[in-house]
Design a protein around this ligand. Structure first.
Ligand code: SF4
Length: 581
């Protein structure tokens, strides 16, 4: 029987609780959002004592379900002021699930400011240990020390200096299978919320843990096999397929060709240096430089897609893992930088300081717009990243994200919604994505509804990327994603196979039925997804959000985006269709 672990940082106590009936069928985002809605006052300060940060594994995480090692981190976001869920792979999610823990809720704040703690969890229970010796240092220095103390098999969920300094772009870092501090629940500043609780890291040892109970093994196995078959057959997810060979950055050339690769702070939709930072070039460089370089790397055990990579320096030693699409775009094309060695160094700094690569790259693009650096100046971009890590006054501004950076320096072209920087798809050229950015409860977030599938990739049908009637499409993607992927515990990248091949999606449902002993259908899961999104919207409304927050930045309505010379013309009434108020 799984439990909820409640950690009170004011009294420094830990307590295991039974899972309330209402949470029994929830996992991942469904669970973090339900707990946030039930326990966090919507108007509280995100970094104050009344916010809580919840870590919840997906429903099938910890089992043999393919590509299912995900953890959701949720609470009220310091970046958006609304509800937030960010999720990550890595080693820790499966360990937490196998310890029989459905969620960890961290609440309160230490009485003494500036003190940090480790939460150590193993089969015997949970304890808080002083962490001050691990504070103030980069994660490439800190994680090896934590492994030296707690063993190389530990799962770690931690924050870097940006989280300690309560910066709104701070993410939550999970170790990958080789124990790098490289997998992030990056978006929305949940690292700052963790920092505000004085929690430096959670250390998980699952040896002797009870494992995940499977109520109906036959249903689970049937579903697992269906999903594996769908993943192994689809051109994007199969072994030797697009994600496995050229990684997510395989999209750089595709989106650039579509005229939708945001370039130089969203001034243009096509980047002349795109191919130099593409997935194809990552693969070629890994092969040419050799050494530790590799594509087809798995970020968590049991992933059969394996879209990650290890990018080498010219001498074959490791520069960073991983150069993925959003990161090479945000720190590359969006800053006018066309060198993978520079994006690699910037990603490494993001990993080291503990910040979200998307928000960092969008903030740097805004800073370049403000004249703090020239577009394309990688050396200066690296210097600006160090400002964040050192916590200088300029670093605090940048570390607060794109919106604060724009407000500070008077930049009107600020590509953000609800305070969160936009990911790597230009909404003027891919309108469905724009509707998602505008209406997602999470702020600008591509993972909450990946309409790129039909609008660009021809997955689940083909939809004209310029058409304006995208309200229904966005709603369907938001609702499907919320349960089928973000709550089941699967990586979003299974969605390509599941959207094209219904048996893959049925497989996900049957796996969940197997674990929970339920008899749900695909439609049930989509209905529950809608309930999650509705609940998140209710939280945001109670926090003060109105229709006016469901809008893209004004400049996108009057600045034409080359090369298609288009503005974001989706009418407001189409945006208002997405959520019924
Ligand atoms: S598909 Fe990629 S991001 Fe998803 S779990 Fe596998 S390696 Fe990680």
């Amino acid at each position: 029987m799984s439990k909820i672990l409640r950690v009170n940082m004011t009294n420094l106590t830990t307590k295991f609780e039974d899972v309330p009936e209402k949470y029994k069928f929830l996992g991942g985002r469904g669970l973090t959002s339900a707990i946030t809605c039930d326990e966090v006052p919507p108007t509280c300060h995100p970094l104050g004592p009344n916010n809580k940060v919840t870590f919840a594994t997906g429903i099938v995480t910890g089992t043999t379900a393919p590509t299912s090692g995900r953890i959701s981190v949720g609470g009220k976001s310091p970046l958006t002021g609304g509800i937030k869920e960010a999720n990550s792979g890595g080693i820790a999610p499966q360990k937490l699930a196998r310890l029989g823990i459905k969620a960890i809720i961290v609440e309160g704040q230490p009485k003494e400011k500036g003190k940090f703690w480790l939460l150590k969890v193993d089969k015997n229970g949970a304890q808080l240990l002083p962490a001050n010796e691990f504070v103030g240092k980069g994660l490439y220095e800190t994680y090896p020390k934590l492994f030296a103390r707690f063993g190389k098999d530990a799962g770690i969920i931690g924050i870097g200096v940006a989280g300690e300094m309560l910066m709104s772009m701070a993410g939550v870092c999970v170790n990958d299978p080789e124990n790098r501090p490289s997998r992030y629940a990056g978006r929305g500043g949940m690292g700052a919320v963790m920092g505000s609780k004085g929690l430096k890291a959670i250390i998980l040892d699952d040896k002797g843990g009870p494992g995940v109970t499977i109520a109906n093994k036959e249903a689970f196995e049937t579903g697992r096999k269906k999903l594996i078959a769908a993943l192994q057959k689809h051109a994007i997810t199969k072994p030797g397929g697009a994600l496995n060979t050229t990684g997510t950055a395989t999209l750089v050339n595709v989106i650039n060709e579509a005229g939708a690769l945001p370039t130089r702070n969203f001034r243009e939709g096509r980047f002349e240096g795109a191919n130099k930072i593409s997935g194809e070039t990552i693969k070629e460089t890994c092969e040419k430089r050799g050494g530790v370089g590799m594509v087809g790397h798995a970020c968590s055990p049991g992933c059969i897609i394996k879209c990650s990579n290890v990018y080498p320096k010219p001498d074959g030693t490791e520069l960073v893992s991983c150069q993925e699409y959003e990161s090479v775009w945000s720190l590359g094309a969006n800053c006018g930088i066309d060198s993978l060695d520079v994006t690699g160094e910037l990603i490494r700094l993001c990993n080291d300081y503990g910040v979200d690569t998307i928000e960092a790259g969008v903030a740097l693009g805004v800073a370049m717009e403000a004249g703090l650096a020239k577009f394309g100046d990688g050396k200066r971009a690296i210097e600006l990243m160090h400002e964040i890590g050192k916590g200088t006054p300029l670093g605090h501004i940048l570390g607060s994200g794109a919106t604060i950076t724009a407000d500070t320096f008077g930049v009107v072209r600020c590509p953000a919604t609800k305070g969160q920087g936009m990911p790597a798809y230009e909404p003027r050229a891919i309108r469905g994505m724009g509707v998602i950015y505008a209406t997602s409860p999470m702020g600008a977030d591509h993972t909450s509804g990946y309409t790129i599938a039909p609008e660009i990739l021809g997955v689940s049908g083909e939809i004209d990327k310029f058409s304006l009637e995208k309200g229904d499409l966005a709603r369907n993607f938001l609702n499907t994603t919320a349960y089928c992927f973000d709550s089941s515990g699967h990586c979003l990248f299974i969605s390509f196979a599941c959207l094209d091949d219904r048996s893959g999606l049925e497989g996900v449902v049957e796996e969940c039925n197997g674990v929970l002993g339920t008899k749900w259908t695909v439609d049930d899961m989509i209905r529950m997804g809608k309930e999650i999104v509705d609940r998140e919207w209710a939280f945001n409304e109670a926090a003060g959000f109105t229709k006016s927050h469901d809008r893209l930045p004004e400049f996108m309505k009057y600045e034409k985006l080359p090369p298609h010379n288009v503005t974001f013309d989706v009418p407001d009434k189409e945006l208002d269709k997405v959520h019924k108020r």
